[in-house]
Design a protein around this ligand. Structure first.
Ligand SMILES: *[C@@H]1O[C@H](CO)[C@@H](O)[C@H](O)[C@H]1NC(C)=O
Ligand SMILES: *[C@@H]1O[C@H](CO)[C@@H](O)[C@H](O)[C@H]1NC(C)=O
Ligand SMILES: *[C@@H]1O[C@H](CO)[C@@H](O)[C@H](O)[C@H]1NC(C)=O
Ligand SMILES: *[C@@H]1O[C@H](CO)[C@@H](O)[C@H](O)[C@H]1NC(C)=O
Ligand SMILES: *[C@@H]1O[C@H](CO)[C@@H](O)[C@H](O)[C@H]1NC(C)=O
Length: 532
């Protein structure tokens, strides 16, 4: 027998493993356990928590008794259960007692039952006076509420760790491909082959940049782009990865050609420009006192759980995702320097799938702006598509209040057309660095969430809004994403925690991604990717 409170505290379910009817049966066998106890309890709960709907209990009772309200139950059982016609008085007494109990502390000596079952048993055995009973009920409710809150926070924590960890299959893939790099000459072959090298800086090609340490995700982005393209022979992919993933990433694309498209794989250590002297701010972020702890520490121990709601806790966890301090995530701000010969590129996140030809993006007139992006403040969906600067910045901070407009529309990273020529004439990187520094000095009180806020500031006045068709967001946030719009969009983006490669990904949204995983590939098969 269990008393279950829904996390919203708006409904109570009283049930046993085999359903409520069990109790009815017991009642028949042993008259005195019974409706009386049950009725008292429901009555008290109903007064103690006036906002609670005792639907399940009532509905279940209803089935048995053809009663449709507590009132009816009272009339039906009242006289019989409560003795004569004094149920009205009893109710008034309960009110009085409960009012009194409500303002009292629960004595620490009071033994609280662990379950509803035990409560019923205790009641039966101990003949509590009404006040003690009231206190016990109150204590029990508080205890349950606390347990539910804690369970909710634990669930959020688990989800956070599930979202920041790498599944076994993907780890295996990376290890085996790295191994292949050292043992198999084909896996080490030059990418692209020497005769195609000039194409890497040929501005008549469509250049895509992808920055990731996830080989499987990269394979899906590249495969979906190439397969959706009308002119795959004009595609050049520049994949940037970190040092530890470089060998595995290279092996994958060396062994799985996407010809006629071309792929280049580069480790961050291979860019001459990307030395620490050029990115002192990122260095500072990584070594800042307390910041490592902020992102990697114990997120529960420091938090005052009684003063926080599950929703704010979840957003705090999200902001603490270690990816926000990784260089791979900040690297997009250095694109003009990393690709000095290119004029225009499309930058993709690794959690996107391309479903239509993206070549028309190069024909969009950015009107002299640097960044062609989808705006995220004009959509119908309030979670993902109604973001203004207010959602990203702390407007109580004087600098933020002075320089930014809370109602300015935000835009999305993840699928951007960048005009690198225009970018080279603007001061975007310095602005980005200086605001990162300000925020660092302010102990991250100006904004919490990673790379987008400083970019929102740095690209101010340099953004050209493009049609939302090009970039549908939110597939990792919301289960209720509209499938029809998913089917139509040119690029779908699994931003949010529920990545399609994680067990917490949404099942009905995953096929749009797995469609581009090559399950006949030996490495994918041997690592049992996604067939848990
Ligand atoms: C947690 O917050 C509650 C409500 O704001 C407050 O009463 C309590 O003292 C706080 N506890 C700690 C340990 O700060
Ligand atoms: C930042 O936090 C540190 C310790 O946590 C504190 O000593 C310092 O005064 C804070 N700085 C600001 C600007 O609030
Ligand atoms: C917002 O800024 C104000 C002023 O600097 C600061 O007191 C407050 O703690 C900040 N809020 C957050 C959530 O960091
Ligand atoms: C998501 O929605 C689908 C269909 O709308 C449903 O079948 C599924 O159970 C939901 N999953 C979660 C985790 O809410
Ligand atoms: C999938 O992998 C197999 C084996 O490596 C390969 O022959 C096939 O061409 C790949 N399919 C696609 C669509 O890349």
């Amino acid at each position: 027998m269990q008393l279950h409170l829904s996390p919203s505290m708006r409904s109570i379910t009283i049930s046993s493993n085999n359903g409520f009817v069990d109790l009815m049966k017991i009642k028949v066998a042993a008259r005195h356990i019974s409706y009386r106890t049950l009725f008292h309890t429901i009555l008290i709960l109903a007064f103690l928590l006036p906002f609670v709907f005792i639907l399940t209990a009532l509905v279940t009772l209803e089935g048995v008794n053809n009663c449709s309200s507590l009132d009816c139950l009272g009339r039906r059982f009242g006289p019989r259960l409560l003795g004569r016609d004094d149920s009205g008085r009893l109710v008034r007494d309960f009110y009085k007692i409960l009012n009194q109990v409500n303002s009292e502390e629960i004595p620490s000596s009071l033994k609280l039952p662990d379950s509803f079952n035990q409560l019923v048993t205790d009641m039966k055995n101990n003949q509590y006076d009404a006040k003690t009973f009231g206190l016990i009920l109150k204590g029990t409710m508080e205890k349950l509420e606390k347990e539910i809150r804690e369970a909710k926070f634990a669930e959020l924590m688990n989800k956070h760790f599930a979202a920041s960890s790498i599944p076994k299959g993907i780890h295996c893939l990376s290890l085996r491909l790295t191994d292949e790099y050292s043992s198999n000459a084909h896996a080490r072959k030059q990418l692209p082959p020497p005769e195609l090298l000039p194409l890497l800086s040929d501005n008549s090609m469509y250049h895509y940049v992808l920055s990731t340490d996830n080989v499987l995700a990269a394979s899906v982005v590249v495969a979906s782009t190439v397969q959706s393209s009308l002119k795959p022979e004009k595609i050049v992919f520049h994949i940037i990865t970190d040092k530890k993933t470089y060998a595995g990433m290279h092996s994958w694309f060396a062994l799985n050609s996407v010809s006629p498209a071309i792929v280049e794989v580069k480790g961050v250590h291979q860019f001459d420009w990307l030395t620490r002297e050029n990115i002192p701010v990122l260095e500072a972020i990584e070594s800042h006192n307390g910041i490592r702890n902020y992102y990697h520490g114990n997120h529960v121990s420091g938090a005052n759980l009684s003063a926080t709601t599950p929703r704010t806790f979840a957003s705090k966890l999200q902001a603490r995702s270690p990816k926000y301090i990784s260089l791979l995530n900040h690297i997009r701000i250095y694109l003009p320097e990393l690709f000095p010969n290119l004029d225009k590129i499309v930058f993709l996140d690794d959690d996107v799938v391309i479903q239509h030809d993206l070549a028309p993006l190069w024909d969009i007139d950015l009107e002299g702006k640097v960044n062609g992006a989808v705006e995220t403040c004009r959509g119908e969906d309030e979670w993902v598509m109604s973001k203004t600067f207010r959602n990203y910045f702390n407007f109580s901070h004087p600098l933020i209040a002075q320089y930014l407009n809370p109602d300015e529309c935000a835009w999305a990273y993840g699928m951007n057309v960048f005009d690198l020529r225009a970018w080279r004439k603007a001061n975007i990187r310095d602005t980005y660095h200086s605001w990162l520094k300000e925020n660092l000095n302010a102990n991250l009180t100006m904004w919490k969430l990673g790379t987008l806020p400083p970019a929102l500031i740095a690209f101010k006045g340099h953004v050209h809004p493009i049609d939302p068709y090009w970039h549908l967001l939110g597939l990792g946030y919301q289960n209720k994403t509209n499938i029809e719009s998913v089917k139509k969009a040119a690029v779908i983006h699994y931003n949010g925690q529920s990545k399609p490669w994680l067990p917490i990904g949404f099942d009905h949204l995953r096929p749009f991604w797995t469609k581009y995983v090559n399950y006949s590939n030996d490495f994918i098969r041997n690592c049992h990717i996604l067939d848990s």
